[in-house]
Design a binder for this molecule. Structure first.
Ligand SMILES: Cc1cc2nc3c(=O)[nH]c(=O)nc-3n(C[C@H](O)[C@H](O)[C@H](O)COP(=O)(O)OP(=O)(O)OC[C@H]3O[C@@H](n4cnc5c(N)ncnc54)[C@H](O)[C@@H]3O)c2cc1C
Length: 636
């Protein structure tokens, strides 16, 4: 059998099970034939976040699409050019509207073009900086890697200091059972580095492998100093540079200078422990989820977990069958959405299609981008006339509540009477990050599992005692109590132009930055994954970081072109921006009075989440406008 026919068979097998709405978009681009955007091929909208694999088309229409798609893919493979290589923005909006079976606003044209690679999301063409121009990046997780790859492409010398022994950040550090993403990986990956994901939602090892491979493929490691912790960065205005003090693995302190510092230290650090009387007296083993011991054996043990957030939701279903008992102390409840592909393997033929047909890969990603990002944004806005403000924000959000409630009831089965009130949030859906249900509700019906809706106030030897005086025995105690997310950039001390620390300027937990990226009084300093950037309405942080890096590269380009030595965001620009962030939040779900989240600081201000849609942040970060900065010519 020749190679060609075996490849044909692989395509045939893949197209036979491929996602119809995605295939339709591939067909339109490959053939230029717009009849695939009309009835009887127009997909029908489905509820929830499902991929809508059949598109709701009749069997006959599906067969027609698959047959035509196979023919078009094979012809393209044999050399026929793509008929519509770069559809115009209006056409892209029309296509996306058909693919999602809903009206996508016209402003999504160039945004979609960028996601399809027609407009580079990142534009790191050569930047002509002086020979001794140097950038220091702190951290080699997703953010640090993204910055380094783009600086490299622009020909800008840089060093990354990373306190760990390898790259990956949270995906290196968090190795608890079930650790993984709740954003689908064909979306949660760099736009410039696709990957052959084995699962739709990868687990930690694969996520870490991906980032390792990215660091090798883009030759980033040569510029990384591992096992090197940055202690401080101090701006020297007279020299227009930063002095960065680091501690190496053998304890030596070194100082390095740089024209620009990019902080990429992440937000999910350090781990937080609850203040519980007698915690030290616990006789068994205990650890925080961020420090899950390698090879820890919990089989046959009585395991207690304090905290039931995103992390516990991943761990519980994973370990429930191995342990003797699992007691979970609930701190607050969460909404979790059904998603048919959560934890599923990507079938081999689909992996082949995603790898071999870039248009299939990008359209699959674009569709996920709509489902998991901006589609939900309007449902998170408060309707001032809404009649049930205590439970939801508007009619659409109330419909989400009804839909998710039915789902939870169904999952709890005959335990609905005793569990529903305990698990069902009173606050509106999406008030906290929407989690993916990986069998959490079913796990709660396992007789080995007990959900305690009361606070642990005391620990005494092998017992956890709750507020109402009840006692629970445990051999192993796991703290799933999260991270100090509110104190941005807490792992090193930053001192700006006037001698004030960033901690002081940010009043400890009230971090603010212009577009989450630059802060007045801290010239030539950028913060990736900074304040008010987390896409709380869902989606991938990687996208946000790419947008930030695009913006930073444009600032550097303009510094080089205009021969500037220092750029510092203007205070009035920064303040106006942050006022608009706060105003936008006033009407959004995260300021709903019915819940507490790690998004809000002590004074009630949202500091973690972004109020913007991705399309807004995309527009804001396309180009840097130096009118918004105080600038100084390059000296010396
Ligand atoms: C369990 C878990 C699940 C998540 N799931 C999702 C998801 O589904 N979707 C999503 O969008 N986001 C998710 N996130 C958020 C996640 O943090 C981001 O997506 C992203 O990985 C952040 O990358 P980063 O590089 O900004 O930060 P990090 O990954 O935290 O990397 C920061 C790096 O900086 C280093 N560092 C810190 N301080 C110093 C210092 N002083 N000196 C030297 N090095 C230093 C650290 O060692 C680390 O390597 C999740 C986070 C966690 C913890």
């Amino acid at each position: 059998m020749n190679v060609r026919s075996s490849e044909e068979r692989q395509f045939e097998e893949a197209v036979a099970i491929a996602n119809i709405p995605t295939l339709l978009m591939v067909l339109v681009q490959l053939t230029g034939d717009e009849r695939w955007l009309e009835a009887p091929f127009r997909p029908v909208r489905v509820r929830g976040m499902s991929d809508n694999d059949s598109g709701g088309l009749t069997e006959a229409a599906q067969s027609e699409v698959r047959e035509a798609a196979l023919k078009a893919i094979l012809a393209w493979r044999a050399g026929r050019p793509v008929a519509l290589p770069e559809p115009a923005p209006a056409m892209l909006v029309r296509m996306l509207s058909v693919a999602m079976a809903e009206n996508v606003p016209s402003e999504y044209g160039s945004f979609t073009a960028a996601q399809l690679g027609q407009i580079p999301l990142l534009n790191p063409s050569g930047i002509d900086v002086p020979d001794d121009f140097h950038v220091i990046i702190i951290g080699a997780g997703v953010s640090g890697l993204c910055a380094a790859i783009n600086l490299d492409a622009a020909g800008i010398k840089h060093t990354i200091f990373e306190k760990n022994s390898t790259v990956g950040g949270v995906w290196w550090q968090n190795s608890y059972p079930g650790a993984g993403v709740d954003t689908p990986n064909h979306l949660y990956s760099f736009s410039f580095a696709t990957y052959d994901w084995s699962k739709y939602f990868a687990l930690r090892d694969e996520l870490h492998d991906y980032l390792e491979q990215v660091s090798v493929k883009f030759d980033v490691r040569k510029d990384i100093r591992f096992d090197t912790q940055v202690n401080s960065a101090v701006y020297h205005a007279a020299d227009q540079h930063w002095v960065v003090a680091v501690q190496t693995a053998d304890g030596c302190i070194e100082t390095h200078t740089a024209n620009v510092v990019i902080s990429a230290v992440g937000a999910f650090n350090p781990p937080v422990y609850p203040d519980i009387e007698g915690a030290d007296s616990f006789e068994g083993e205990s650890w925080h989820t961020a420090h899950w011991p390698q090879g820890a054996d919990i089989s046959g043990k009585k395991v207690a977990i304090i905290g039931n957030g995103a992390t516990c939701m991943q761990i519980g279903p994973e370990i429930q069958h191995d342990v003797e008992s699992l007691t979970i102390f609930q701190q607050s409840n969460h909404w979790a959405a059904p998603f048919e592909q959560f934890r599923r393997e990507v079938p081999q033929p689909i992996r082949f299609l995603l790898s071999e047909v870039p248009l299939y890969q990008t359209w699959y990603r674009v569709r996920l981008g709509w489902t998991f990002n901006d589609r939900i944004h309007s449902a998170l806005q408060r309707d001032p006339d809404w009649v049930h403000p205590e439970r939801s924000l508007n009619a659409q959000n109330d419909a989400h509540r009804a839909y998710f409630t039915d789902y939870v009831k169904n999952e709890l089965g005959d335990r609905v009477d005793d569990l529903l009130d305990k698990v069902l949030p009173t606050y509106p859906p999406f008030g906290k990050r929407m989690l993916m249900d990986n069998g959490w509700y079913r796990m709660l019906t396992n007789p080995k599992v007990q959900l305690v809706d009361d606070r642990v106030t005391r620990i005494a030897s092998d017992r956890l005692i709750t507020e109402d005086g009840s006692e629970y025995e445990a051999d192993v105690l796991v703290y799933a109590t999260g991270f100090d997310v509110l104190r941005f950039i807490d792992s090193f001390n930053v001192i700006g132009r006037s001698g004030r620390t960033l901690r002081e300027v940010w009043e400890d937990d009230n971090a603010k930055a212009y577009m989450g990226t630059v802060v007045p009084d801290f010239p030539n300093f950028f913060t990736l994954y900074g304040p008010n950037l987390q896409p709380g309405h869902g989606g991938s942080l990687i996208f946000v970081v790419e947008m930030q890096v695009n913006y930073i590269m444009d600032v550097l380009r303009k510094m080089a072109t205009n021969k500037l030595g220092a750029v510092e965001c203007r205070q009035d620009v920064h303040d106006r921006y942050n006022d608009s962030v706060d105003r936008a939040h006033e009407d959004m779900v995260w300021t709903h009075p019915g819940m507490q989240t790690y998004y809000r600081n002590e004074r009630g201000r949202i500091v973690v989440n972004s109020p913007w849609r991705n399309v807004d942040f995309f527009a804001m970060t396309r180009e840097a406008n130096l009118v918004e900065y105080q600038t100084e010519p390059l000296r010396g």
